[in-house]
Design a protein around this ligand. Structure first.
Ligand code: SAM
Length: 290
């Protein structure tokens, strides 16, 4: 593979892109990804790329490009290669220690902004913060909010802290290693949580699961049913009632099990399903009278 580029007497931007797209044919967007990776290696924007197709890459750039294209061809997620992913219009550091933020989780931010709009100093808990994309985005969007962000993974918490520092909101987020709500004694205006919800048998057998192999299993596995952690969270919430509102992200069609499950634990609660930007039921919102 290396030879394809090295053999080229003229390793131009155009030549490199063509070579990379051929290596990435098995992926859904080979042209786009080839461009993104070359922008990353060259430290340039797309406009530079398309207006410099005859530019000759220097050897270190060409070598680096070959390495990362091969990594991508082997299944490494683009966000782990570039070390960043955009979420709600901001750039987040991504490493294999934390789940890559997903666009469908952005619906949680919109919902919370509406819920707390009349609160002067909203207190928000993010359970299973991972990269910190939810807590950090909320801190940026709601400058008077105070947040606590918890995770059972100390490695993920380091990534989350780095993201809070990068976005200059670390002074308003308390990061804590914590198992669900077990040690929780505080009270909040809202709790948000995007816990792992993938079924173990799907992770083990589905061809699509290969795309998830580089991400932490702790961030994906929801046990055999996919719902073990979410259900445990709901049991603990029903006992502690640490907030009047909980927003909980879930997987495709899991609301069909989760809504009746939550209703049984919290018979007086008002529970509604919220769709993501793709029109899929993605979140359940649980409101209780305290
Ligand atoms: C699906 S990821 C979500 C990360 C991030 N909130 C997001 O939306 O991208 C779930 C996170 O829950 C954490 N987690 C798993 N089990 C947990 C537990 N028992 N208590 C707290 N966090 C847990 C994982 O380490 C992971 O960071």
């Amino acid at each position: 593979m290396d030879d394809t580029l090295n053999d080229q007497p003229d390793p131009t931007v155009h030549g490199a892109l063509k070579w990379a797209a051929a290596q990435l044919q098995h992926l859904p967007n080979p042209d786009l990804e080839s461009e993104l990776m070359l922008e990353f290696v060259a430290g340039e924007e797309r406009l530079w790329l398309v207006t410099n197709l005859d530019h000759i890459l220097d050897k270190s750039q060409a070598d680096r490009y070959i390495t990362i294209v091969n990594e991508r061809a082997g299944g490494q997620p683009l966000s782990y290669i570039t070390g960043q992913k955009e979420f709600y219009g901001r750039s987040f550091k991504t490493t294999p220690e934390a789940l890559i933020p997903r666009p469908e989780s952005e619906v949680l931010i919109n919902q919370i902004k509406t819920i707390v709009q009349r609160k002067a100093n909203p207190k928000i808990l993010d359970v299973g913060t991972g990269s910190g994309c939810l807590a950090v985005t909320l801190a940026c969007e709601l400058p008077a909010a105070q947040l606590k962000a918890t995770d059972i993974s100390p490695e993920a918490l380091k990534v989350a802290r780095a993201n809070a520092e990068q976005h200059k909101v670390a002074d308003r987020i308390l990061f804590l290693e914590q198992n669900l709500l077990l040690d929780e004694t505080d009270h909040y205006d809202v709790i948000v949580t995007n816990l792992p919800y993938v079924e173990d048998h799907w992770l083990a057998a589905s061809p699509q699961a290969k795309e998830l192999a580089a991400e932490p299993r702790l961030a994906l596995s929801g046990g055999e049913t996919g719902l073990e952690l979410i259900e445990e969270f709901l049991r603990q919430f029903a006992l502690k009632r640490s907030a009047p509102v909980v927003l909980l992200e879930h997987g495709d069609e899991q609301e069909q099990i989760l809504v009746p499950f939550a209703k049984k634990l919290l018979p007086e609660a008002h529970i509604r399903s919220v769709q993501d930007q793709f029109g899929v039921n993605r979140v359940i919102s649980i409101s209780i009278n305290e």
